[in-house]
Ligand binder design. Structure first.
Ligand SMILES: [Fe+2]
Length: 170
């Protein structure tokens, strides 16, 4: 069963969007590096790796369906942010936009009665709940601690994050 041209295009767009998400998080990592917040750098470097992993899942899936993968360029991410909190708020907004896009893809896959793709996207539906939750909880903490000693402690906490790719990669 072939992917429809519309679905192929939409999956390619999402793959490229995941790569651009990776770049956005790398830009935030650069911003927090400039502030000397190594734990936050670690957090966003891992977020970067996660986005690359997401993009690669789309790459692999389009390839598995024997369609053409298309790599695009993307916009330059912001260089600076008003604060660590506003960088996280932007990240959360970004993840909410990703969730909306994934929902749109699921809808399209249903319309095309492509249940292979519906099944493939199920992983991303679950993942987006986690992504939004991660950013929400750090935003809550940032609002509690303000700057200074609290930020330092949160920075220490974020040093602990490690990248663990899921065992089932498809
Ligand atoms: Fe993602």
């Amino acid at each position: 069963m072939k992917l429809t041209p519309q679905l192929t295009r939409a999956l390619n767009e999402q793959m490229n969007y995941e790569f651009s998400s990776a770049h956005l998080y790398l830009a935030i990592a650069a911003y927090v590096a400039d502030l000397g917040l190594d734990g936050f750098v670690n957090f966003f470097q891992i977020q970067y790796q996660e986005e690359i992993f997401h993009a690669q899942k789309f790459f692999q899936y389009i390839n598995d369906r024997h369609e053409r993968i298309e790599i695009h360029g993307f916009d330059t991410p912001p260089k600076t942010f008003d604060s660590v909190l506003s960088a996280f708020e932007l990240a959360l907004e970004h993840e909410e936009a990703v969730s909306a896009r994934i929902h749109g893809l699921v809808k399209l896959a249903h319309n095309e009665t492509d249940y292979f793709t519906v099944n493939f996207l199920d992983w991303f539906i679950k993942e987006q709940v986690e992504e939004e939750s991660t950013f929400h909880s750090i935003i809550d903490k940032l609002k509690l601690v303000n700057d200074g000693a609290g930020l330092y402690l949160l920075d220490q906490e974020l040093k602990q994050r490690i990248f663990t790719p899921p065992v089932q990669s498809k």
